[in-house]
Design a protein around this ligand. Structure first.
Ligand SMILES: C[S@@+](CC[C@H](N)C(=O)[O-])C[C@H]1O[C@@H](n2cnc3c(N)ncnc32)[C@H](O)[C@@H]1O
Length: 362
């Protein structure tokens, strides 16, 4: 089998798991109203709280192995892409504004450490994924060719399910000596052959006349009427294939929250519908502004999220709370972190309860 290698490639160390006893991540906020109409599976999962972890996902992943080994039904990750950019934001608070960094993706051009970062995390993620689960890994041209080899190694090349192309036709790309770059890739892998996969259908631009066909002894045949004439039907939808034409989020969009690489909710809606059912656990360990978690909440999945950036936790928390307020449907969720001095002072400054807006800065 072909394997990718890099300087200092190493596997995660199982000994590290021992450091993470169940007390490391402390809850610092909990929203625990019970929903009025809680979906059945939710009700049966006694005292389940959705979970948002603030911290390095390597710590969180090790920690989750204590309880979530083989338990997560769908994992979506949208890690930094090795873009060479640190994503800047502008914070506007009542009477002041200041610049900050939403997250770092520079790596000083050190591809080895970027690949090592992903490799060790995806290895642990595999242990968390249930045997019927799917993982969706989002990347772009900067590193997707390396990432595919890494996932082949971890999951097995025969566990490849799809290479989804997200074609975002509305993003400006200069492309002076190359074609404008207008797509990301989302690699889909399973852990076993028996994975959850819900087929999706999307509307056609125009309804279409199509021959009515049926399977006869494993062969697809035209259906005929009693006079031997083929039968037509009008179809207004079609099976979703692996090229998805969905726009990029733009500041004018009503769902835009200012996070520099916020993904479109429709993209996440499709992913969650394909790979999970109501009550299943969906996880995103690089959750950014929380798009996947919000969609999981809307689609009545349980969820576990994580991000290292306080701005991500701020936005995710607010998006979930706003949605709950709008719908009056309160699924309990908690925010947890492994407290250090910096995080303690951010929490004590009331950062998460403050009102401010976040704007992307070029
Ligand atoms: C591409 S963004 C995710 C965007 C997200 N899908 C959305 O719709 O907003 C990548 C995120 O990964 C987070 N991240 C990077 N390294 C991390 C780490 N070691 N642990 C946890 N989060 C990390 C960044 O803070 C950033 O929010």
């Amino acid at each position: 089998m072909v394997k990718l290698t890099w300087t200092n490639k190493k596997d995660p160390n199982p000994q590290d798991l021992k450091k993470y006893n169940l007390d490391v991540f402390k809850q610092f906020e909990i929203y625990s109203f019970r929903a009025n109409k809680v979906q059945e599976k939710y009700q049966n999962s006694d005292h389940w709280n959705n979970k948002l972890y603030w911290g390095d996902n390597l710590d969180v992943l090790y920690y989750l192995l204590n309880n979530f080994d083989n338990k997560i039904d769908l994992i979506y990750i949208d890690p930094p892409f090795f873009s060479g950019v640190n994503y800047k934001i502008k914070i506007e608070e009542h009477d002041k504004s200041y610049d900050s960094i939403a997250y770092y993706d520079h790596w000083n051009r050190d591809l080895d450490s970027y690949l090592q970062m992903l490799y060790e995390r995806i290895k642990i993620i595999k242990d968390l994924l249930s045997n019927t689960g799917l993982i969706f890994i989002h990347a772009d041209w900067h590193a997707n060719h390396y990432i595919r080899l890494i996932i082949d190694e971890i999951f097995g090349e025969n566990r490849f399910v799809n290479n989804i192309i997200w074609y975002y036709y509305n993003k400006y790309s200069a492309g002076k000596k190359n074609l404008p770059r207008a797509h990301d890739t989302i690699l889909v892998y399973s852990k076993t052959k028996n994975y959850t996969f819900n087929e999706l259908r999307i509307p056609r631009k125009k309804p279409r006349k199509q021959l009515k066909r049926e399977m006869v002894n494993g062969v697809l045949k035209n259906v005929k009427d009693e006079h031997g004439h083929v039968i037509y039907r009008i179809v207004s939808d079609k099976k979703l294939d692996d090229v998805w034409k969905i726009p990029c989020m733009q500041p004018a969009s009503k769902e835009w929250v200012g996070f520099p690489t916020q993904k479109h909710h429709e993209l996440l809606e499709r992913i969650i519908k394909i790979g999970s059912n109501e009550g299943d656990i969906v996880a995103d360990f690089f959750c950014g502004s929380g798009t996947s978690l919000l969609m999981a909440e809307k689609l009545k999945r349980r969820w576990v999220g994580c991000d290292i950036s306080e701005y991500s936790i701020y936005l995710t928390r607010n998006r979930i709370l706003n949605y709950q307020k709008q719908t009056q449907n309160y699924y309990p969720f908690e925010i947890l972190t492994n407290l250090n001095t910096e995080r303690r002072s951010i929490i004590e400054s009331g950062f998460f309860q403050k009102e401010f807006s976040i704007k992307r800065k070029k």
